[in-house]
Design a protein around this ligand. Structure first.
Ligand code: DUC
Ligand code: ZN
Ligand code: ZN
Length: 471
């Protein structure tokens, strides 16, 4: 592999902006050089491939710690494969994904892990790792958590939603958290009171209130806040950290703030759809009145007033990470399953391709700084999930997962331009600032001159360490 020297760019890290030349040797970053250093001229002259990044940002590749490729859900399967989804991620400047392997009831964690390796292996355009969804917490699977650590799975997700499918009782959550506390795993929680929500769903459907809008109405903020509070309290008693996934309601955020202020190891993520879309989108009149189905996800989209609170949470570090919960379903064959009954609409939205850009728009709109953009999109995800300092940073020794980002470009989002395997865009027609100019995954250029130049299967499985945030 050629030596690559990126000159004249502004390197953005979680600590700020620096005018530095980045030298890539093979798969790694070899050096960062001041433009006036004596090494600089020789690095650029020594037969290297020189990339001029003048006027551009040089940032670590994004890390999306919450994706669902080829995930069985609601009687169907999310529409991106690891091949299409990881390639779409690369287009958008994300060079690592952490996907959720799903244990079914009665199955071992190892069986679920084997299946996810089969799905992803040889197919990914970028590096990837897994969390494990535990749908069946019992003596055997609790023991398996240790085994999975050995395989690089150091985080486990449990649900207080979806009774009968992915749901865990408080007792099961407590046991898994207790184990996590002992061995140092991260517990990720989907926080919604699914037992109450299922009753509310019955009420709405019984009254003939079957439109997509009722999906959001049947999953009230209070039920997200209640489950968030409960999981935080159980984690406290069990002696475990907890990471709240796809937080959407300001009432849930309040619970996270209280716990963090008390010094508890509580972390949370939100997703771009909660920052840019709202419950109003569920009443869109298009697609024969069913367009709202495209905005059905759980936790659901909230009223617009929540958005400012979420941005504040990101700015103030109450929300540590922005991931996507990328879980695409096509309108025609999949979302349409819920015509006449919103509870049958597969839950999920596509986003893996747009996270870096939509967050950069948050910089343009002055919600967050450039450094915070990189921190929530790459550095903290790496540190929280055992990938740092291999990933998430531009520093000597780190993997050369690098994005050259053009802040002066403009792009119009939409189904015609995106690369995700889904037949609609939640951001159709939105014009945003900034776009990836060049994307590099472990020293190999994968996106350049608006072309995908990578190869299927070049992404490697990442065996992760324990979270750097736990002491
Ligand atoms: N939420 C979604 O929207 N989709 C998949 C699973 C989940 O928790
Ligand atoms: Zn979830
Ligand atoms: Zn999810």
């Amino acid at each position: 592999m050629a030596r690559i020297v990126i000159t004249n760019g502004t390197v953005i890290t979680a600590t700020g902006a620096h005018e530095l030349t980045v030298v890539v040797d093979g798969e790694r970053i070899a050096a960062l050089l001041a433009p006036d250093s004596s090494d600089h001229a020789s690095a650029a002259a020594s037969g290297s491939h020189v990339i001029d990044a003048v006027g551009k940002f040089v940032i670590p590749g994004g890390i999306d710690v919450h994706t669902h490729m080829e995930m069985p859900f609601g009687g169907t399967m999310s529409s991106d494969t690891f091949e299409t989804g990881s390639r779409a991620a690369a287009w958008g400047g994300t060079t690592t994904i952490l996907d959720f392997a799903v244990q079914k009831k009665g199955e071992s964690l190892q069986a679920a892990l084997d299946l996810w390796h089969q799905k992803a292996g040889g197919n990914c355009a970028i590096d990837y790792g897994f969390h494990m969804i535990m749908a069946d917490v019992n003596e055997i699977t609790l023991k398996e958590m240790d085994v999975l650590h050995g395989e690089g799975i150091t985080s486990f997700k449990l649900f207080t939603a979806y009774p009968g499918v992915l749901y865990s009782t408080d007792g099961e959550i407590f046991r898994a958290m207790q184990k996590a506390g002992q061995i140092g795993s991260m517990i990720m929680m989907h926080c919604e009171n699914g037992i109450v929500i299922d009753e509310i769903i019955k009420d709405h459907v019984g009254r003939g209130e079957t439109a997509p809008y009722y999906h959001s109405i049947s999953r009230p903020e209070a039920m997200e806040a209640e489950a968030t509070h409960r999981c935080i309290q159980i984690a406290k008693v069990a002696g475990s950290p907890v990471y709240v996934v796809h937080l959407s309601a300001k009432e849930a955020l309040e619970q996270v703030v209280i716990a963090r202020d008390r010094g508890q190891n509580v972390f949370a993520e939100t997703c771009p759809q909660y920052l840019y879309r709202s419950i109003d989108d569920l009443t869109r009149p298009g697609m024969d009145g069913f367009e709202g189905a495209n905005f059905v996800c759980s936790t659901p989209l909230r009223h617009r007033e929540h958005q400012a609170e979420l941005w504040r949470g990101i700015r103030m570090n109450d929300l540590s990470v922005v991931s996507t919960d990328h879980c695409p379903f096509c309108f025609k064959e999949q979302k349409a399953m819920g015509i006449g009954d919103f509870s049958k609409i597969p839950n999920g939205m596509a986003g893996v391709e747009h996270r870096m850009d939509l967050l950069y728009q948050g910089v343009v709109d002055k919600h967050i700084s450039l450094a915070r953009w990189v921190e929530v999109a790459a550095t903290t995800p790496a540190r929280l999930f055992g990938l740092y300092p291999k990933k998430g940073v531009i520093a000597p020794g780190a993997d050369a997962d690098i994005v050259i980002y053009d802040p002066n470009a403009r792009q119009t989002l939409g189904v015609e331009m995106h690369h995700m395997a889904v037949d609609y865009s939640a951001y159709e027609g939105e014009v945003i600032d900034g776009r990836c100019d060049l994307v590099m995954s472990r020293g190999r250029i994968v996106i350049e001159n608006k072309q995908y130049v990578g190869t299927k299967g070049q992404g490697s499985y990442l065996k992760r360490s324990l979270s750097q945030y736990l002491v």
